[in-house]
Design a protein around this ligand. Sequence first.
Ligand code: HPA
Length: 245
Amino acid sequence: MTLMAIIGGTGLTRLPELTVVRRERIATPYGDPSSELIFGRFHQQELVFLARHGNPHIIPPHKINYRANIWALKEVGVASILAVAAVGGIGAQMVPGKIAVPHQIIDYTYGRAHTFFETDLEVVTHVDFTHPYSPWLREKVLTAAQVAGINVIDGGVYGCTQGPRLETAAEISRMERDGCDLVGMTGMPEAALARELGIDYACCAVIANWAAGKTTTEITMTEIEANLAVAMADLTSILRHFVQA
Ligand code: HPA
């Protein structure tokens, strides 16, 4: 069994039900990861947990050292990553409190260190990213959800914005015309960096709110946190079945 990692996002700074075995600070050529890596057992399965925004949750999406995070996970032998990320719902079925397993990404971010292939190159490398999420890992999440009796949404296009502010209504309309179903701030360059290092990667997108302009009310952190808290019980149950499969 190869080592897998869970990257926890907003609402998942700690992994409930994880028995911590040890914590390790990994130095990388790109600087420090968001937090120490937590090695532990989650329902008999060894895994590594990384809090994307740090613990406590203080690193905003555009300041996350995505390269250090992915490098550190590779360094300790991680072969697959399940990324948990809070998102806003754009598509009608992307109802707050539900979980989606996206199948595609559009990257709207800028100015983020987004590749390992930029200096000291022997050859210029262009990784294939046609299917940004590993199909087998997506399937494994979907099967785990089914066994757990949780109705997750299979597929969706994740649009990744720069943040940390939320979007304007016009930005969301444009994203919808582009084909985005979900909007979040951390999906890229994380997914692409995992691909560059040959790590399988899939995402559980936890829908925290309706995206800007989809309702008449203001989006508040209180609303986001309340919906995330509701979805976390489902997420933990999916993860439990996922690691045992
Ligand atoms: N937009 C971007 N990122 C998010 C949102 C949103 O509405 N909700 C949670 N993360």
